[in-house]
Write a protein that binds this ligand. Structure first.
Ligand SMILES: [Zn+2]
Ligand SMILES: [Zn+2]
Length: 343
């Protein structure tokens, strides 16, 4: 029984190119009580590996959060397998707008404590007592409602390149931080305002909405399927698209363009740009926004010191890294003093 990958990412990429089949990029999540996540994890791996599923899937006692790609021709079989699992029957699947055959190169199914790192110790609230789910049409109506407070539940580096018009975009590094900040900022409006929230695919709002209801907010709404499904709906139903810019995603594509608006700036020169990169210095890997000119000038690095290291022979770089933890864990994602144009 094969429970682990036996191909490297490189070998896999070559195989996918060679096969030339169309692949779909799909995400879904479900809060459910899973008694034995370890067992469930193995069950998924065995079945999905056979269907040539690739992706990153988290399984916990509280549910499942999956981002994956699959050959289009195996989609029906995959759907049938999902439907054979009681709590995943007819689960809503987000299918990415831009298809990219190389969005994932391995199948990783991991057992975690939580499916979203929420940092909450407060287990007293009921995750299933969530906000009112709304589709794109109702969401647009709510945005125009003067009693609405629209909140982006994502982190600063996500909302920086794209968000809904008039949304509050907390300048936070983690989901946990934004939960607290929003609760504090809106403390006086727990009863009179409509708290309307959105995130990438809906999973963070699922928990946040339950959390805010638990904290006394009376009118809590969440965008079902997040920005991903909103985009699909406005296209299909020809609705007004109130999103600006790009949707940050958690695979190697980093983002999907939703509209042509460029609302961010290169962190090095300040010119309009919304292209995220990781610093090319392996010991840094800082996530930041860099325009093509700066990329060329800085050799894909975030700073002069990273550039110096990056230009050393590989063996030298390795020596420098020895004994030191990866500094990208020290740097917060997308923040560093070396970035002149990052607030
Ligand atoms: Zn630049
Ligand atoms: Zn760097």
């Amino acid at each position: 029984m094969q429970l682990y990958n036996n191909l490297s990412a490189k070998e896999r990429a070559a195989l996918i190119e060679e096969a030339g089949q169309e692949r779909l990029t799909i995400s879904f999540y479900k809060y459910a009580q899973i008694g034995n996540p370890e067992l469930f994890r193995n069950h998924l791996f065995i079945n999905w590996n056979e269907l040539d599923v690739l992706g990153r899937i988290y399984v916990a006692h509280e549910g499942i959060n999956a981002q994956l790609s699959i050959p289009a021709e195996n989609f029906e079989l995959f759907k049938a397998h999902l439907d054979s699992i009681t709590f995943l029957e007819n689960v809503r699947l987000n299918i990415a707008m831009e298809q990219d055959n190389l969005s994932f190169l391995k199948l990783k199914v991991k057992v975690r404590k939580k499916i979203v790192a929420d940092g909450l110790v407060d287990e007293t609230f009921d995750v299933t007592n969530k906000g009112i789910h709304v589709g794109a049409e109702k969401f647009n109506e709510l945005i125009d409602d003067p009693d609405t407070i629209l909140v982006d539940m994502r982190n600063h580096y996500e909302s920086e390149i794209g968000h809904f018009k008039n949304a509050i975009t907390p300048d936070v590094d983690t989901f946990r931080d934004s939960l607290d900040i929003i609760e504090k900022d809106l403390a006086d409006h727990k009863e009179d305002k409509k708290l309307v929230m959105y995130c990438t695919g809906g999973i963070r709002c699922e928990k946040a909405s339950a959390y805010y209801k638990h904290k006394g907010f009376k009118q809590v709404y969440q965008l079902e399927g997040g920005i991903i499904d909103y985009t699909r709906q406005v296209k299909n139903k020809k609705l007004e698209n109130k999103f600006l810019g790009k949707n940050f995603v958690f695979d190697h594509r980093r983002s999907e363009r939703i509209t042509d608006d460029v609302i961010a700036n290169c962190h090095q020169c300040g010119n309009p740009c919304d292209n995220h990169v990781n610093c090319a210095n392996e010991a840094c890997h800082l996530l930041f926004i860099q325009c093509e000119e700066c990329a060329e000038k800085m050799h894909d690095c975030c700073s002069d010191s990273c550039k110096e290291v990056h230009e050393l022979p590989f063996e030298e770089q390795k020596k420098l890294r020895k004994g030191k933890g990866a500094s990208n864990k020290i740097f917060k994602k997308g923040r560093s003093e070396v970035l002149k144009f990052k607030n």
